[in-house]
Write a protein that binds this ligand. Structure first.
Ligand code: CTP
Ligand SMILES: C[C@](O)(CO)[C@H](O)COP(=O)(O)O
Length: 259
């Protein structure tokens, strides 16, 4: 069996600012969307055979051409996103093939640097029988619940709180059922839509590297992360014999199909 990934990439990035939609903003010479696709391809155990990307309406063709070299032999479909994230996921989900897919991932283009092991952990947990799986990290701030006037009404026990990342993984029938039930303005992730149906959502360990590029300082963090990774790659290469050197994952140009 194989998996498919839905990538919501149609957001404007209002909190980031700037003229360009967030998924097309560049870090280290590549767009966040290209980084995200490349990261997914690096997760070989996920067996991703189909990438469906939801983009700002009007940019489908350009994005299809840009991403084709990065998806390898997998199928690439690019659709127009909606006004809110759930609508973008829904538009993409509608064209995910039904046959032969045992896991559907939903992954924010804005979480462009998620490590392969997190992706593989999510897929393995779905394949082990979970209906819905989310990667999580501990929260490091004290979280308060506030009332309408801004006054604190509660301080939840931090040991029970986690911050949720993507990719989130789902049994295909469960994700389709959740989206068929619809979303309102309170919905911020796909797992929440499943929770509303009474589906048990499992958690797995996420990664600090899977942070969401949201505000301008996150671009600085992204640059620093890329610098750290290229330093690590260089030192790993210098430890290898010449015959052991690998090619870069996911860059076999010209294999992808669009449409
Ligand atoms: N209508 C939307 C809104 C968001 N997204 C995607 O959902 C992911 C998470 O959303 P967020 O980081 O909140 O992105 P934006 O909505 O672009 O950010 P902002 O709220 O600052 O405008 C991003 O990859 C974004 O492109 C989407 O596909 N369609
Ligand atoms: C899906 C998500 O990335 C999980 O943390 C997050 O909920 C998206 O939130 P946003 O409201 O679109 O920033």
């Amino acid at each position: 069996m194989s998996s498919a990934v839905v990538i919501p990439a149609a957001g404007l990035g209002l909190r980031l600012g700037g003229e360009t939609p967030k998924a097309f903003r560049e870090v280290g010479g590549d767009s966040l969307l290209v980084h995200a696709v490349r990261g997914l391809r690096a997760a070989s155990a996920a067996d991703l055979v189909c990438f469906v990307v939801a983009v700002p309406p009007g940019s489908e063709e350009t994005v299809g051409k840009e991403l084709a070299p990065y998806v390898g032999a997998a199928r690439l479909l690019v659709v127009a996103g909606g006004a809110e994230r759930p609508a973008s996921v829904r538009a993409a989900l509608d064209v995910v093939p039904v046959d032969g897919i045992d896991c559907i991932l939903v992954h924010d283009a804005a979480r462009a640097f998620v490590p392969a092991e997190v992706i593989e952990r999510v897929v393995a947990t779905v394949r082990a029988g979970a209906d819905a799986v989310v990667p999580v990290v501990p929260v490091t701030d004290t979280i308060k619940v506030i009332g309408p006037g801004g006054a604190v009404v509660d301080t939840p026990d931090r040991s029970t709180l986690v911050a949720v990342q993507t990719p989130q993984g789902f049994a295909p029938e469960v994700l389709r059922r959740a989206h068929a039930a619809g979303a309102d303005a309170a919905v911020t992730d796909d797992a929440m839509m499943c929770e509303r149906l009474g589906v048990v959502v499992q958690t797995v360990e996420g990664s600090q590297d899977a942070f969401k590029v949201t505000r301008p300082q996150d671009l600085l963090l992204a640059e620093a992360l890329l610098a750290r990774r290229s330093k690590e790659q260089l030192s790993a290469r210098s430890d290898k014999q010449p015959g052991e050197l690998d090619g870069r994952p996911g860059e076999s140009r010209g294999e992808g199909q669009v449409g």
